[in-house]
Each structure stands twice: as structure tokens, then as C-alpha cells.
Design a protein around this ligand. Sequence first.
Ligand code: SAM
Ligand code: SF4
Length: 321
Amino acid sequence: MIDAAGRVIDYMRISITDRCNLRCRYCMPDGITQVSMAEILTYEEIRKVCILAAELGIQKIKITGGEPLVRKGCADLIGMIKNISGITQVTMTTNGVLLQDNLEALKKAGLDGINISLDTLDREKYQELTGTDACETVRQAVAAAAESGIRTKVNTVLQSDGDKTEWKALITLAESLPVDVRFIELMPIGYGKENTGVSNLELLDEIRKVYPDIRKDSKIHGNGPAVYYQIPGFTGGIGFISAMHGKFCKNCNRIRLTSTGDLKPCLCYGDTYPLKDLLRNGTEEEIRKQIKRAIEQKPAAHCFEEPGAITEAHQMAQIGG
Ligand code: SAM
Ligand code: SF4
């Protein structure tokens, strides 16, 4: 479908749980966002939304959370969505802690891509940031995912009060492995409001000092707003997702479905188009109409630069990133 701003909306991110096995301090430090299972869409309900959304032009799905791999049967859901006519790509974003145990099942299910969130390669800093001593497990998961042949990316959110040289180690993952390392600017959503992130403009300047031959890469790497660079000799690319210092809204192609079945047209605003009651008591036509409404009403741009105008009150773990 085409929205009011003329953008083709063909991508839906689906949060399948708001639970998580980590406590990242900018996302879910206290873990208290959990709602009961009865409020969460069942896999059958998610499948139904995907079927109807595919009829309206959604082709690509990202499974997210909370942590998607803490919900039992996640790989089965991916297989179910892969079989839907019109869906061309199913990818997932994960913190990677449970990835190695699930990799084979995910591959069998036909997963097209994995984004692994990893903000530091320092064991102590990782524990401080996430509440868990799992840095090495996630590092190994990145290598295993890349080796499995599933397209793998590492997503990093740097914070201004963190170690400003963290990127140096993270970037080397793209040197030795066929993975893209992407830097996502911290957004003022949920606990992200309590800190400031690192500007990707400043980060690129820092990277350039060490790698003066870094060049913009015109090759398309994915579905999203990332701008990619290539460093000579590196296997993977370096991506920048600059929500704060590189407004990409005119190319936004996505809607989001929360774990409780609310369609969200834009990350920045609290407006949602609820589907759960329609899935449980309504008709397919009513669901189709609600999806259409969400796409038609998608705001032209976010307002992160104007903090008072942000109306989203949920945590990122509820929305799915
Ligand atoms: N648990 C999974 C993971 O960590 O990849 C999926 C859900 S998590 C909410 C998805 C992504 O959102 C992660 O890469 C995380 O770093 C990012 N994220 C969380 N809060 C954020 C914020 N305020 N600004 C930018 N990214 C954020
Ligand atoms: Fe969990 Fe992902 Fe949020 Fe970290 S960023 S707390 S792993 S949902």
C-alpha cells in the first residue's frame, strides 16, 4: 500500500513478546513491562495479521520483542509466516543469548536474516549494560550465525556516558566475519529518554581518523534506513542508522505490530490501531480496514528533535525497536 506521504509500505515489524532475558539499561532495566499471556497475540493470530497484511502489500516481516527467542516456538512461527503467499522475507532481531540453541531450527524454518544486538565486546561492560554475563555467548552466536549462511548483522547502540572507543572492537567483527556492523543512534523512547546517544556524524568522523579509506557503499544491504560504508579489506559493511542526526522519514517503509496486537504507524507517536479484539471477535474485512487505516494515517515524519511532541509512552521492549 501507499501511504498519504506517497511512501510504499511493504515492511512490518512484529513484537512477539515483551519479555526479555536481559535488562539493557536503556531499554528494560527493571523488567516490569510484562503483560499476561492472554493479552499477547497467539501465533495463529499473528499469522492471520500477516496473511491480511500481505494482501495489502506487506512483503517483509521482522520478528522482534522483548526477546523473541524467549517465546516458545518462535522458529515455528517463522516457518508459518514464511509459507504465506506474498511474504518474501522473514528476518529477526535478537540479543543472541539463546541463538545458538535455536539456530538450526531457525535455518530450517527459512529465516532470511538475523540482526544481533551487541553494544560492547568487553565482558564487564556487557554485564553492566545488560545485567548478564553473556558477552562471550553472544560473540560466539554472531560467528555461528554468520557461519550458518543466514545473512547476519550486528546492531549497536552507543551511549554518550559509555566508553567512546567501544566501536573500535565492534567494528573488527566486520573485518573478520561476513557481517555488517551497524550503529543505531539512541532514540528518546522509554528509558532511552534518560540518556543521550552518540551522534553517528561524530562517530563516522572518529572512524575516519582510524580508517581514512572508508567509503560510502552504494550497494543496498537491507530493508531499512541504514546508510552503509565499506572499509577496504573488511568482509562486512559498516552501517549507520541515524534517527537523530539523519532524518530518514521520507523513505520509511514500515508499520509495527506490538505483542498485544496494536498496529503502530510511527515509533515516535503513541497512536495505535488495535487489532486484538477484531482478531478475536471481528471479521477479516474489519481487520483489513484497520490495517489500511494504520497505513493511511502514518505520520509524515517523527519528531524526536522536539522532545515535548513525542507521545509514545511505551518502552522499546514493548514496541520491538
Ligand atoms: N531483544 C531483541 C534485541 O535486543 O535485539 C529485540 C528487541 S530490542 C527492543 C530491538 C533493538 O532496539 C535492539 O537493537 C536495541 O538495542 C534497540 N533499542 C532499544 N531501546 C532503544 C532506544 N531507546 N533507541 C534506539 N534503539 C533502541
Ligand atoms: Fe531485551 Fe533487547 Fe531490550 Fe536488551 S534491547 S532489554 S535484549 S529487548
